[in-house]
Design a protein around this ligand. Structure first.
Ligand SMILES: [Zn+2]
Length: 348
């Protein structure tokens, strides 16, 4: 793997991750770009104790551009995009329309391939492995920025999720605080440790493996299951068998096996609703331990949560009254049924 760090015309950082060690990345961004003006602001909600990123500059962001104006395609035929190279493997750059910026964190875009019409599930294992390297490298680098407490690598796929660019890409948010979901998990971990002397993540994974009804896929180094209390119609959690806090701590065995298992999960997701159905919209989210002051962060377990908001052919799960108003999820698909379906649609 070769990593090359460059700058876009407005000073934002652009990084290339190449499979080939002799890749040369010297294309210059010729666009006359104004410096990025961000107004990102973190506001604290005194009742809920959580935070909201207010980012009014995002209203002007690129919204469903035609394919020939895609800002994530390589720069070709006299058209200049966010990526000056004429082709690339994996490219990462600072978002021009960040939700978090300056002292309030950082947002990056991760392009998985030059191919506008592909999706993550179409990538080769080698390329998926390169994306894993890029996520790992970004986690290490962003962890070192002053004020960053947590790094979140994720992919939103599908217009139903609100994706405004069709090009296969994900994002990385570096938050200047511990996110509420991670904080909740760490509280549960602390309570479980005090009560039993054991690690909660270890117990959850062991229970799923022992029961088996919700296990979807097992490898030597990873296991994937639908959680007992899944919130979403189809939701899979993927854990390395050896518990680690974040991507940086994965061993070679887990790194090598990850692409095959993850690609298989994504391909199964596209088959859940049967042939002829448009690609399944999904959110794929890496949960990593926060850095710095959290007492129980060493007990955190890196894992990936993959879920879709589609509940049946042509119908979406909306976060309506109970979910949005009270944070109580109503799931119409029993987790055991979802797991059975995800086993049924395995690749031949
Ligand atoms: Zn594109």
């Amino acid at each position: 793997m070769k990593k090359t760090s460059t700058r876009l015309a407005d000073g934002r950082e652009l990084l290339y991750y190449d499979s080939r060690d002799d890749a040369v990345r010297d294309a210059v961004d010729p666009r006359p770009l104004d410096p990025v003006a961000t107004t990102a602001q973190i506001r604290h909600d005194p009742l809920l104790g959580d935070r909201v990123a207010v980012a009014s500059h995002r209203q002007a962001r690129t919204y469903h551009p035609p394919a020939d104006e895609c800002p994530l395609c390589p720069s070709r035929d006299g058209r200049h995009s966010e990526i000056p190279a004429a082709a690339y493997d994996v490219a990462v750059f600072e978002n021009r329309f960040p939700s978090l910026a300056g002292d309030a964190g950082r947002c990056e875009v991760v392009c998985f391939t030059s191919d506008h019409d592909a999706s993550f599930a179409d990538l080769t294992e080698e390329r998926a492995g390169l994306v894993l390297e890029a996520w790992t490298d970004r986690t290490a680098e962003l962890a070192g920025l002053p004020g960053v407490r947590q790094v979140f690598c994720f992919e939103n796929r599908g217009a139903e999720i609100g994706v405004t660019l069709g090009h296969p890409h994900g994002q990385i948010y570096a938050y200047p605080f511990v996110t509420p979901r991670t904080d909740l998990m760490l509280r549960s971990v602390a309570a479980h440790l005090a009560r039993t002397g054991r690690n909660l993540f270890d117990d959850v994974v062991a229970r799923e493996c022992a029961e088996g009804a919700r296990v979807v896929l097992e490898g030597e180094h990873w296991v994937a299951f639908v959680p007992y209390a899944a919130h979403w119609p189809y939701e899979v959690h993927l854990y390395p068998r050896r518990r680690v806090r974040d991507l940086r701590e994965l061993d070679d065995g887990a790194r090598t096996e990850f692409p095959r298992l993850y690609l298989e999960l994504l391909r199964r997701f596209d088959r859940i609703f049967g042939p002829g159905e448009p690609p399944t919209p999904y959110i794929s989210a890496w949960h990593q331990a926060p850095f710095g002051l959290s007492d129980f962060a060493p007990e955190f377990a890196l894992h990936l949560e993959l879920f879709t908001v589609r509940r049946t052919s042509g119908k979406l799960k909306f976060l309506a009254g109970s979910e949005s108003g009270m944070n109580v999820f109503i799931n119409d698909v029993p987790p055991e049924t979802a797991a059975a379906r995800l086993r049924e649609v395995a690749s031949e």
